[in-house]
Ligand binder design. Sequence first.
Ligand code: DGY
Length: 320
Amino acid sequence: MKPKVYITRKVPAEIVTKIEDYCQVRMWDEADIPVPRAVLEEEIKDVEGLFCLLTENIDRELLGKAEQLKVISNMAVGYNNVDIKAAKEKGITVTNTPGVLTETTADLTFALLMAASRRLIESSDYLRSGNWKTWSPMQLTGQDIYGATLGIIGMGRIGASLAKRARGFDMDILYYNRSRKYDLEEELNLTFTEMDSLLKQSDFICIMTPYTPETKNLIGSRELSLMKNTAILINTARGGIVNEEALFHALKKGEIWAAGLDVFEQEPVSLDHPLLSLPNVVTLPHIGSASIKTRMKMADLAADNLLLVLQNQSPKHVVV
Ligand code: DGY
């Protein structure tokens, strides 16, 4: 008997075929609508494998309904949507997809940094809405990137790739991480700096750390008040790392200059969210890893992880 697997979103046909070679597959067949919780609660009951996305809340209550589950394969590097402790207690392997999305996410982070500092979206809207009457000296002026100081919070794979891009812009690079990365300091000319000092010195602050109970609201009103009033905050990690209310007030009061956000505490973000009312915030719908090649690689890696566990082999990337 082939093991049963549930896939929580429509994924490309070749990924389904690959899993079907070894498994009986059921799938939520919608590309842009998440599987309803009640459906997931039913589907999880008899499957050995779950292929899921960051939009699914795989909590203790849900896992309580899983009677056969051996593996949760999350198609994301972040796994804050999975109750790791509950999975571990039940002996369920949890896997993720690091590595394959590193460069694509670093590209998007740098793009967001550039868009926020040079007011790209605002400028485009200005032109399209018919406001461009002439060229003038201080019209739509932004902040320089070249030669500025970049502070990276979290020096994992994506943080290091972002630093490589920043080298090309002759930026001074500070970083804060729980443990020092001496090899990267050497290779990329990075300076390890305590958090408060990084916040005070940086022109750009990029959040590149995983979302855990320790990093929830890591950036709140105190941290924002330490930043330069010309500082630009970029978050492509997880929304909950930044206190959004504090960020709104800091931007509104001019305590910091702008923000670029690819992620929000609640996704999709509500259209009446205060941050969306500010012209100095560039907002994106969580597209850090969204290139065609990278999303295919993530889906393929998630399929490999799932299959390897079901074949009693070690997955390529295990969380627990
Ligand atoms: C992840 O993988 O955790 C990203 O947020 C989506 O690619």
